[in-house]
Design a protein around this ligand. Structure first.
Ligand SMILES: [Zn+2]
Length: 420
């Protein structure tokens, strides 16, 4: 990362005003003027600014933790057209932070639930639902219809996809990221500053950075970061203030600290640099799966993950057959590589806890008998596959990965346990 730490109120931050992103709409009605009166009173917004908001088209990718406050504030602010892109359904474990959804929405499409909530906040907003998974086949077509993108996703393939699509289309990508008590936000806009790849040229190795689904997130942190993204969207639309282009906001909710790092364009950037190698959208699942195991910054570019072929899999139902009464397995060693807080939510009785970190450090191998069949489990089967591969490469002759992880066990074998 190319970072220079500056104080939050440092006077030497480059002031970068940009022209308004959106032209004003036709004049507002009396009802609109009354609704938006507190905006119209602000000299930097005024009647003209409110008309720019009405004409604006914002795509919110992900109606989840970050998308929830962003959607509601953008709608309340009078952004005329809001795209909601999400193909997930609302789950009970979403409600701790995804405040755009309610109890009655569990099981519904998130885009449908968000559309209804936005309409209840401001029926003047036109919502365009995209009930699809965004990928390299549809991203350019979808994003082309919008003035800017607000990235509320929680995975690296989609982040790189949105970044590259916005670079190729010349649009700003307002990015946010959250994990436990830590939040970050910035605007990636290659025409005026760095893009995501300039600062994060390569994704972390698969499984190295836990997601909120694995590691948890403070619900209210979503409000802090998602509403900053919405504020930056409004500023860009109006052309006011100093947009967070070239600055990365780093928030620690435990310390209640807000730091700003300066981030610079990279002339060697693969997508926005002087000689780009990415000139069209690629397969981002592949790109992130091929991340170098040595961490960021490897000069030679992505390298394939360790060889070893497919890891043998076992389904939850097959595993249940091996565990009479669901208890301690007589002839199979079941290993759970998750953390203790995850195991406290849902677990398979009789599993032995050996954390994934112990596999990575090499300490796990010495604890595992090589003359006994082993099944390895995590939440969804991704981390356990990494642990399985490590054990196989250490020479263990009989290792299987629990496909779908403990979530599959809860779904297929023991639905009395909570999901997360
Ligand atoms: Zn770049």
């Amino acid at each position: 990362m190319r970072l220079v730490k500056r104080s939050l109120r440092g006077g030497n931050l480059a002031s970068m005003a940009l022209p308004p992103l959106v032209e004003p709409s036709s004049p507002l009605s009396a009802g609109e003027i009354e609704r938006y009166a507190r905006h119209v009173l602000i000299p930097d917004v005024g009647m003209e600014g409110q008309r720019r908001l009405k004409n604006a088209r914002v795509l919110v990718v992900g109606a989840g933790g970050l998308g929830s406050p962003a959607l509601m504030y953008l709608a309340a602010a009078g952004v005329g057209t809001i795209g909601v892109l999400d193909d997930d359904v609302v789950e009970l474990s979403n409600l701790q932070r995804q405040v755009v959804h309610g109890v009655a929405d569990v099981g519904r499409l998130k885009s449908e639930s968000a559309e209804q909530r936005v309409a209840s906040v401001n029926p003047l907003v036109r919502v365009v639902r995209h009930d699809v998974r965004i990928d390299s086949t549809n991203a350019l077509e979808i994003i082309a219809d919008y003035d800017l993108v607000l990235d509320g996703t929680d995975n690296f393939p989609t982040r790189y996809l949105l970044n590259d699509a916005c670079v190729l289309l010349g649009k700003p990508d307002i990015w946010g990221s959250i994990y436990r008590f830590d939040g970050q936000a910035s605007i990636w806009w290659a025409e005026h500053g760095p893009c995501y790849r300039c600062v994060f040229p390569e994704p972390p190795p698969p499984g190295l950075v836990p997601s909120c689904a694995e590691g948890g997130v403070l619900g209210v942190l979503c409000a802090a970061i998602g509403s900053i993204q919405a504020a930056e969207a409004v500023k860009l639309i109006l052309g006011i203030g100093e947009p967070m282009v070239g600055r990365l906001l780093v928030h620690d909710a435990l310390r209640q600290s807000w730091d700003v790092l300066t981030v610079n364009s990279n002339p060697g950037c693969a997508v926005c640099g002087e000689s780009p190698t990415v000139t069209e959208l690629v397969d981002y699942e592949d790109f992130c799966a091929m991340a170098p195991l040595s961490g960021v910054g490897a000069a030679g570019g992505p390298v394939p993950p360790a060889a070893g072929g497919a890891v043998p899999q076992i389904s939850a139902l097959e595993l249940a057959d091996l565990l009479p009464g669901g208890g301690v397995p007589p002839d199979v060693l079941l290993i759970d590589v998750r953390g203790s807080n995850e195991r406290a939510i849902a677990a398979i009785a009789g599993a032995r806890a050996i954390h994934l970190d112990e596999f990575r450090s090499g300490a796990a191998v010495a604890q595992i008998p090589f003359d006994q069949p082993v099944v390895i489990a995590c939440k969804t089967g991704v981390r356990s596959e990494e642990a399985s591969r490590i054990l196989i490469e250490a020479g263990h002759p009989d290792v299987r990965n629990l496909a779908g992880g403990v979530l599959a066990w809860v779904r297929d074998v023991d639905p009395t346990q909570p999901r997360y």
